[in-house]
Ligand binder design. Structure first.
Ligand SMILES: C[S@@+](CC[C@H](N)C(=O)[O-])C[C@H]1O[C@@H](n2cnc3c(N)ncnc32)[C@H](O)[C@@H]1O
Length: 485
């Protein structure tokens, strides 16, 4: 396969599925193409490409995407999330929905079904009188093969090895040397084919949902696709609805429409109605008895300034200094800060700290490309700018370039091994290794993060989180990894 052919297929697949193929995906893509080209009896990649682009090619494109998607999953994969679901989310929903007695869940990117069945079992375990409720777990995936397995609901012993014995006994039955999910669980779950990035999104059919699980799916997407998917999630969730994302996924730089809810070992997102600002909405959505209030990012964000009544922008002075621009940024006068920093850079394009401030301001506006360019320029001018490496790493992570993210985060650690940002760099590297299925490296990185976090006062903020919260997350993930979960 030539480079040009690789790029053509990569674009086609990205457009159709949102998957962000990187250069290291060349070999799997080539293998998948060889398999499909020979299965359909075509003689060349070019002819096969034309088939995929044609109207009749959509089924074939699905088959190809099927070979490229990662279907790794397990029952109760993220235990902390299922604990929070049972102990916090369900009691809150049970109260809120007491009159309609209807709850609708969605496992988006359900793979072979374990997540959806786990949700159904959690409902049966934790919702008192669940038989009197109308419960539905919609489970969707782009992969037809994965959905076939999901619908069959039959799993090998290896797949259920981490399921608690009492749950195994209550909700599974022996089936030809394997385990079959019992009918009472299966009847709560409906599997459908759905491509999350395909527009128009079937909004009407899904609305309003109470809880969405979309774990370990967007990590493979380009950031633009993730933003669209999350916007659609926002639209189909009812007010106060919950969104569970995977270990290394977050809404940072993706959406500010959700409140972060911190439950110690796990965090999740809750929908804030779009029309109301967080200051009026959060208390009513977050009853005192459940969870803690969401943390605002330590770095002030432009999106918050729009709702929290900061002073309107006044025209900036022309000849700003970096001190003035930084003060405007600190006072959350972002539009002015941006104009000021631009006037500084117009006068002196080699001012590294102005590029760094511009990078932060652009990142806050979700302008990832320009933010990355300012980071790069900062690092060209000041190769020891640890903060720029950190921001660059996070932006690369959001943009889906895991190898560049890894490189940048490693520089943070190299430059200031005991700094706050190194704790976070280790934390993000651990998440990257989990996704790459390198558990040993992930354990090492979580331990490194924990070592640094434990040296800090508990309440000290490390970016937007307290050191104590991050340390607890690390401990929990280490437990999961060491248990082989
Ligand atoms: C790693 S699995 C995650 C399964 C489960 N959510 C979990 O965390 O255990 C990712 C799943 O996302 C699905 N997926 C990838 N791109 C998708 C898309 N555009 N629309 C729907 N599902 C997609 C894949 O087919 C795969 O089954």
């Amino acid at each position: 396969m030539t480079r040009a052919e690789y790029l053509l297929f990569k674009d086609l697949i990205e457009g159709a599925s949102g998957l962000n193929l990187e250069d290291r995906d060349w070999t799997p893509l080539r293998a998948a193409l060889c398999e499909r080209v020979s299965a359909v009896g075509y003689g060349s990649f070019g002819a096969y490409y034309e088939l995929l682009r044609s109207e009749e090619g959509s089924r074939e494109l699905n088959r190809l995407v099927d070979l490229l998607t990662i279907h790794e999953t397990s029952f109760f994969r993220n235990r902390a999330h299922f604990d929070v679901l049972a102990r916090m989310v369900l009691p809150e929903l049970a109260k809120r929905k007491a009159s309609s007695r209807t709850l609708r869940f969605w496992s988006a990117g359900c793979s072979t079904g374990q997540e959806a069945y786990s949700v159904a079992m959690a409902l049966m375990e934790a919702l008192p009188g669940f038989e009197d409720w109308q419960l539905e777990v919609l489970a969707t995936d782009i992969s037809c093969r994965a959905l076939e397995t999901a619908r069959a609901g039959v799993y090998r012993p290896r797949a259920v090895k981490n399921v608690d014995s009492d749950i195994l006994e209550r909700y599974f039955e022996p089936h030809e040397g394997s385990y079959r999910v019992k009918d009472q669980v299966r009847q709560l779950v409906r599997f459908e084919h759905l491509n999350l990035v395909k527009e128009p999104f079937p909004l009407a059919a899904l609305r309003p949902l109470d809880v969405i699980f979309c774990e370990n799916v967007t990590i493979y997407f380009k950031v633009d696709s993730t933003r669209r998917v999350i916007r659609n999630f926002f639209d189909v969730l009812g007010d106060g609805g919950f969104l569970f994302l995977g270990y290394s996924e977050s809404l940072w730089q993706v959406s500010s429409d959700f409140a972060l809810r911190d439950y110690g070992n796990a965090f999740l997102y809750q929908k804030l109605p779009r029309s109301a600002g967080p200051s009026t909405v959060r208390p009513s959505l977050l009853p005192e008895e459940t969870g803690t209030l969401p943390r605002l990012p330590k770095t002030p964000s432009m999106r918050q300034s729009a709702v929290s009544g900061f002073q309107p922008a006044v025209p900036p002075k022309q000849a700003s200094t970096l001190g003035e621009a930084t003060a405007l940024y600190g006072a959350r006068r972002f539009e002015e800060a941006l104009l000021a920093v631009e006037s500084i850079l117009a006068a002196d394009p080699a001012e590294a700290n102005a590029h760094l401030l511009a990078a932060k301001l652009r990142a806050d506006r979700e302008e990832i490309g320009p933010a990355l360019r300012h980071c790069r320029r900062t690092l060209e001018l000041d190769p020891l700018a640890e903060e720029a490496y950190y921001l660059n790493g996070i932006l690369q992570l959001r943009g889906g370039d895991k190898s560049k993210a890894q490189e940048s985060l490693s520089w943070v650690i190299y430059l200031n091994p005991s700094g706050h940002r190194s704790a976070l760099a280790h934390f993000h590297l651990a998440g990257l290794h989990v996704d790459g299925d390198d558990r040993a490296s992930s354990v090492r990185e979580y331990r490194n993060a924990l070592r640094l976090l434990e040296r800090l006062p508990k309440e000290e903020l490390v970016e937007e989180f307290s050191a104590d919260f991050l340390a607890r997350v690390c401990r929990r993930r280490l437990e999961d990894l060491e248990a082989g979960g």
